[in-house]
Design a binder for this molecule. Structure first.
Ligand code: ARG
Length: 572
């Protein structure tokens, strides 16, 4: 049940001329329990009703005596504060969680509509770095959140698989390449010869001409060039897949930049027809000075197309193919101008869906203390990062819980989870300073902390089952008994899940779910400290109700963790 809506329906009949939905939007969940469970600010009503907010609140506070869901109501400084009946609240919320299970929190807000999410999108023959990890993790979470809310998410990996760099790579490979080394070291080796190309080209500029010539060959479909290019793509994608498997991320399409090679000409024609293309020293561009932006370069003077050209073409293709309600692009904030530029080009082309294009930027990641770098010195290699997180977690498990079964599996779930959660634990546009201690801390506001709360709850349920304390078979637990402060605090957090998922979707901000999970885990830990469950002096009916609350907590923790891409091990 949605309590905001409920309260709006209860009050709307007394407020002429208002709609319940409008009212529901104004209702708040007060931060402090002394102000009730729900609060309706009456300020906006004042003008229309020609009364002071406090008078309105006092009027609305009348006549709740008989209401089974309400304990009491107060009018305070222009707010109508509603205190829910604790038993009814607990029974309602916990009952719903238990009944809905893994669907708890899901909705069908988006039924019949699709959302295209362009994420991860690493570059062929280049390291999959921490920026791509952020894109993968944020995009993956948005993908699951939209699906959970009833949309059809379409995940697209817009691989950087085209561009003049492939001319350089071919030259480099022909000069210094070695099949065995490429097969063995994959992207690392490709990157090595690519870097060498740049070093050498400083002293032998003719290499650049050769590279351009090879790229032209590639564009013209030359067999040798195409074969090499395919091989570079294959080697790289194989490595990316290792990462995606670890992270549990999937894509519906791997249509990268090259996919649009044969689709750009008609788009360029259209731009010409609409008189949007201007020539500038042989290049073709769309001027954007009226919008305070530098021009969007569409065709270089050698006839080559660019990142912009492919993004414009891809957007039109995606609109036609998926008829999206929104197309979301997840990249670092450094690319914001690029997206603003070509979104404007789409708008100037007359497409009214330009406003459905959304750039979801995120901040940079830097590393604290020990360095984790590739040879170039400034990039964090993601595979190393994940492997190290798993190893470190394994050491912690060895120390804290040496008896644990499936140590490797749990170390993977928790180690990877720590990295993912760390990435999602702050507002996405904030820059992150990565620290091992913070990311792997079982007590701090981390993924392992949330996973540990879940494992602890599972352990209580296991012990109860072993002692035949579980409510199984017995009469349904009396959930109305859950009226203690700590129990109510936990009930309230469970209830908030649905709201938080919708907020995360609206703000395209998965960290709303991660922050929520910390709050939920904290509420659970407080309940665990304050309310004995399996102790022999706890009455059987209280025990059964508390176990039901524990069970409900495991459900919501699992659902929430799954949305942001974390598994919920039962033991750790
Ligand atoms: N390959 C690009 C990069 O690594 C990201 C591509 C993002 N997607 C897009 N449609 N431009 O920076």
């Amino acid at each position: 049940m949605n309590y905001k809506q409920w309260l709006a329906e209860q009050t709307v009949s007394r407020l002429e001329g208002l709609k319940a939905e409008e009212l529901a939007d104004w209702i708040e969940y007060p931060p402090n329990p002394e102000m009730g469970d729900l609060s309706l600010p009456c300020f906006k009503l004042s003008k229309q009703l020609r009364k002071s907010p406090q008078q309105i609140a006092e009027g609305l506070a009348q006549g709740w005596e008989e209401h089974a869901l309400v304990e009491r109501v107060e009018a305070v400084s222009g707010y109508l504060n509603v205190f829910l009946n604790k038993s009814a609240y607990a029974a309602e919320v916990v009952g719903e969680v238990l009944a809905e299970g893994e669907r708890f929190g899901s909705r069908n807000i988006g039924q019949g509509r699709s959302i295209v999410i362009d994420y991860s999108s690493p570059n062929i023959a280049k390291t999959f770095h921490i920026g791509h990890l952020r894109s993968t993790v944020i995009g993956g979470a948005l993908y699951r959140i939209f699906n959970f809310l009833g949309y059809r998410s379409v995940g697209i990996n817009h691989l950087g698989d085209w561009g003049t760099q492939f001319g350089k790579l071919i030259v480099a490979y022909k000069l210094w390449g070695d099949d065995a080394a490429v097969e063995a070291d994959g992207i690392d080796e490709l990157q090595r010869i690519y870097v060498k190309f740049h070093d050498e080209a400083d002293v032998r500029p003719e290499l650049e001409d050769e590279a351009r010539a090879w790229f032209v060959k590639l564009e013209q479909g030359d067999a040798e060039a195409t074969k090499l290019w395919h091989w570079f793509v294959e080697i790289s994608v194989k490595e990316f897949h290792k990462m995606y498997d670890l992270l549990g991320v999937k894509f519906d399409s791997y249509a990268g930049e090259s996919f649009y090679n044969d689709k750009m000409a008609p788009v360029l024609d259209m731009l010409k027809q609409k008189a949007l293309l201007e020539e500038d020293e042989g290049a073709l561009l769309v001027k954007l000075e009226d919008y305070n932006m530098p021009p969007a370069l569409m065709v270089k003077k050698d006839g080559g197309t660019l990142y912009h050209t492919r993004d414009v073409t891809a957007a039109i293709y995606r609109k036609n193919t998926y008829d999206f309600e929104k197309a979301v692009y997840v990249t670092d904030a450094g690319q914001s101008l690029h997206f603003q530029q070509w979104f404007k080009v789409i708008e100037l082309m007359g497409y009214d869906w330009a406003k459905q294009l959304v750039h979801v930027p995120f901040g940079k990641v830097s590393l604290e203390g020990a360095k984790l770098s590739t040879r170039k010195g400034n990039v964090i290699n993601l595979e190393e990062l994940l492997t190290k997180a798993i190893e470190k977690t394994r050491e912690i498990i060895e120390e804290k819980n040496p008896e644990l079964e499936d140590k490797d599996e749990v170390a993977r779930q928790v180690g990877v989870g720590a990295i993912v959660f760390n990435d999602l634990s702050n507002n996405r546009v904030k820059d992150i300073v990565f620290s091992w201690d913070d990311a792997l801390n079982f007590e701090g506001e981390t993924g392992p902390y949330v996973q540990y709360a879940h494992a602890r709850a599972c352990s209580i349920l296991r012990r109860a089952a072993a002692g035949h304390d579980a409510a199984d078979g017995a009469a349904a637990p009396e959930l109305g008994l859950l009226t203690d402060t700590a129990e109510q605090g936990l009930v309230r957090e469970l209830y908030m899940f649905r709201e938080r998922v919708v907020q995360a979707m609206e703000k395209l901000e998965p960290s709303i779910v991660s922050r929520y999970l910390i709050d939920l885990a904290q509420a659970f830990n407080r309940f665990y400290r304050e309310c004995p469950i399996l102790r022999s002096d706890v009455q059987a009916d209280v025990k059964a109700a508390r176990l039901a609350l524990v069970k409900a907590t495991t459900i919501v923790l699992t659902n929430g963790l799954a949305l942001i891409g974390l598994e919920a091990p039962e033991k750790m």
